[in-house]
Design a protein around this ligand. Structure first.
Ligand SMILES: CC(C)(COP(=O)(O)OP(=O)(O)OC[C@H]1O[C@@H](n2cnc3c(N)ncnc32)[C@H](O)[C@@H]1OP(=O)(O)O)[C@@H](O)C(=O)NCCC(=O)NCCS
Length: 184
């Protein structure tokens, strides 16, 4: 590994990138590859109640490959972030249509948390949605009880822009959180 290319916050938009985590270990960000499918599906099942069939991951990979990010720690995939870009009414500029990045799913295995992996995947995913797919803003749904995730998004300057009652299958409400992408 080339020590000179290690940094704390992601700069790149594609390819492998080495980032130093909070505990000093270095993790890698890169685009999802189809050989990661089983690992990503299993991470999703382990860390989130919202689980998707394999084809759902494959379709996002085919449609928005630069914005489907995985992270490796100690040589194995420990996290993923899957996104897409849609056209619809802006959450930021009310009444105006916009290209909107949509964070579909993000997860990091418990043993790899609080190192900065999700934060860095979010930055890289947002940049990819903007620079490869023309997104002007980004939004996501999050359970109102999910404090770790809400804090992560607030740290990245997302604001709560809406509340959807009973959004999840167990009846829990969702916040919609969003931010512009002009400053990323
Ligand atoms: C939410 C999640 C993705 C965060 O992953 P992570 O790699 O540990 O996050 P990071 O280390 O990049 O943390 C970035 C910021 O998020 C917030 N955060 C992360 N974990 C937190 C926790 N347990 N409690 C409070 N805030 C937390 C903090 O603001 C943190 O910044 P700080 O460490 O400087 O305080 C991870 O906990 C996870 O996979 N949870 C289960 C899946 C999930 O909820 N996904 C989101 C669905 S909308």
């Amino acid at each position: 590994m080339d020590e000179e290319n290690i940094q704390d916050i992601t700069k790149k938009l594609e390819g492998r990138e080495y980032i130093r985590g909070r505990d000093g270990r270095v993790f890698v960000l890169r685009e999802f590859e189809i050989t990661d499918l089983n690992t990503v599906v299993s991470i999703n099942r382990r860390v989130l109640p919202e689980n998707y069939p394999e084809f759902f991951f494959v379709e996002h990979y085919r449609s928005f490959p630069k914005a489907f990010i995985v992270s490796e720690l100690d040589g194995r995939v420990v996290g993923y972030m899957m996104n897409r870009v849609e056209f619809g009414w802006s959450y930021i500029w009310r009444g105006r249509p916009a290209r909107k990045g949509h964070v579909i799913s993000i997860g990091v295995l418990p043993e790899a948390r609080r190192l900065g992996i999700a934060y860095n995947m979010m930055i890289r995913g947002m940049r990819a949605m903007k620079y490869f797919y023309g997104a002007e803003e980004v939004y996501l749904e999050v359970r109102v009880s999910n404090t770790p995730a809400i804090n992560l998004y607030k740290k990245l300057n997302y604001k709560i822009v809406d509340l959807i009652k009973g959004y999840y299958h167990d009846g829990e409400d969702a916040y919609i959180m969003a931010r512009p992408l002009d400053n990323i």
